[in-house]
Write a protein that binds this ligand. Sequence first.
Ligand SMILES: [Cu+2]
Length: 198
Amino acid sequence: MTDNYSWLASASRRRFLQISGSGLAIAAMSLALEPAAEAAGPIKIEMKVVTGKMIGRPGWPQFEPGDFTVPTNSLVEVTVRCYDDGNAQVPGGYNKVSGTVGNTMRLIKGTPKTIAATDGKVVHEIPVKDVAHTFTVNGENFFMNVPMPVSSTVIYQFKAPKPGKYAWQCMAACGTGAGGWAGPMMTDGWMQGFVTVT
Ligand SMILES: [Cu+2]
């Protein structure tokens, strides 16, 4: 009886050692794989900006999706197709691209279905009168501003900061109310939301 139990105990100890051994092997493997994963290219996110009319809610343009999650330190490439053809007023400076890789973005006229890596023009800013929306993060150690011209596609890359939940806001007065700052501008998942870094 005692012998049986001690055999069981040592067998389960052996299994535990085997399991933790393979766990270490997996951890070592994923460490080795990490540079290869980065060489495979950035994490890609696709967004669009639709007009209120397109979704049956006039006056309520919307970013879709309004939120996304990325791993810390990753290189992220976001493509935004802006179907909105109406411009909106932005405070000074928010027509400039900042906080992205090179403080630039690629700009393509219209919203083509397929986009080649060489398509578009690299720009640091767009004319104030062309701004329809912005994607602006104003967090601790993470500031980013991407202006979006009417009826166009923008592609930008950024390095994900340390883990956290970062609020973003459109800075173009595209909403309802006298100043254009009500409605979608004050509603999560419309003209504001969160970038979550894990
Ligand atoms: Cu907006």
